[in-house]
Structures are given as C-alpha cells and as structure tokens.
Design a protein around this ligand. Structure first.
Ligand code: ATP
Length: 207
C-alpha cells in the first residue's frame, strides 16, 4: 500500500474525471494519472515496446513510437489479445503508479484511473488494492454520451461501444465509497469537491 491516504478516482468515458482531478490539483493535491503512466511505459525504446512487438508484430511500432490506434483495434474485440496486452503492461504500470504515489507530498493523493474498477478480476483487486477509498464521478449515460462525443468528435455509436466495454453504472456506483454527481454545472461540481476535500483532509490527519 502507498504511504499516504490514496483516493482512487474513476468514472465512465466523458463523466468528468479530468475536471475533478484538475480541481483537486488546484487545491494542492498530487494527482497520479494511470493514463499518463500507461503512455510513459511505452515511450520510445522502452523494454515494454519490444515485448509488444514480440506479441503483436513489428508493425505495432512506427518510428520507435507505439501505434496506439492499431493496438486498440487489434485488442478491441479479442479478449485473448487484450489479456496478452494486459499481462505485458499491467505489472509495469502498477509498479510505476506505486512509485509515483509514494513520491506524493500532499496530505492525500488521488489516483485517477479510468479502468480502476475494471482492473478487479475475481480475487485480484487490481489497482483498487492501492486505494483506501474509491471516488466515482457519476453522470447519466445520455449526458456521458453527449459530453464525450462533443469533446472527441466521435459518433454516438462509437461512444456507446466504449461504454458497453466499461463497467455498468449501477455496479460502478455500488463499488464506490464516495460519489460526485457531475450532471450539473462546474460550480456545482466544485462545491461537492470542496466538501470531499475537507473530508479527505480529516481522514488523512487520522491515519
Ligand atoms: P475520458 O475518460 O473520456 O477522458 P473524463 O471522465 O476525463 O473523460 P472530462 O474530460 O473531464 O471527462 O469531461 C468530458 C467533457 O465534458 C469535457 O469536454 C469537459 O470539459 C466537459 N465537462 C465536464 N464536466 C462538465 C460539467 N459539469 N459541465 C459541462 N461540461 C463538463
């Protein structure tokens, strides 16, 4: 476990995780972003890149850089390939996340991970094993689709296909210790985050 109170932040595509983590950052809280780390471990010439080429073919790397969209399309509808990808990348991601969490100096730390709850596999708690609490950003699915498609320029069907691969909303809410409702405006979101911040500061002072 990391040395200080760790809050795992998650939510579906377009739910507002970035809006939430950006706001916690303005409150002086260190953020560890699993997405940033998963990019970093496949940086130019990294050992992981070589392993991915062995598993998925040399074409997966172009000019020393991982072709992410090609890799995504290879694993999207292929559970065996996805399992291979995860087996190669997850241990390295987890190790780097733990290092970053332990380097944090704020009273508590946020681990932002879109697939935090999806990383739970049976008895394996996945990345949730690194977290003291789970914070879910929640919006109704229609708003999720609207915000994500507006931001990415992707079609509604593309967003729906991604949502279908993610954990469903009731299960996500069931696994949450804390929930922020992001169906309102940003000011309403920030009011909820201010309260949570105080709560987490209190918890961190008790540990
Ligand atoms: P992803 O997992 O897809 O990266 P995310 O969960 O990080 O998404 P954000 O990028 O924070 O979600 O938000 C999705 C979009 O919705 C962004 O364009 C953001 O500016 C917008 N947004 C977030 N919260 C609100 C809000 N309360 N009101 C209006 N727009 C919002």
């Amino acid at each position: 476990m990391p040395k200080q109170l760790t809050i795992g932040l998650t939510g579906g595509i377009g739910s507002g995780k970035t809006a939430v983590s950006d706001h916690f950052a303005t409150l002086g809280i260190d953020i560890v972003d699993a997405d940033v780390i998963s990019h970093a471990i496949t940086a130019h010439n990294s050992p992981i890149l070589g392993q991915l080429q062995d598993a998925f073919g040399v074409d997966i790397v172009k000019n020393g850089t991982l072709d992410r969209s090609r890799l995504r399309s290879l694993v999207f509808d292929d559970p065996a390939k996805l399992a291979t990808l995860n087996a190669i990348t997850h241990p390295a991601i987890r190790e780097r996340i733990l290092t970053k969490l332990n380097q944090a100096t704020s009273p508590y730390v946020i681990l932002s991970a879109p697939l935090l709850l999806e990383s739970i596999k049976g008895d394996d708690k996945g990345l949730t094993a690194l977290c003291d609490r789970i914070l879910v950003v929640d919006v109704p699915v229609d708003l999720q689709i609207q915000r994500a498609s507006r931001r990415d320029g992707q079609s509604i069907q593309q967003i729906q296909a991604i949502i279908a691969k993610q954990i469903d909303r009731p299960t996500r809410l069931h696994l949450a210790d804390d929930v922020v409702d992001n169906s309102g405006d940003l000011a309403t979101l920030y009011q909820q985050l201010a309260k949570l911040h105080q709560y987490y500061l209190t918890l961190s002072s008790q540990t």
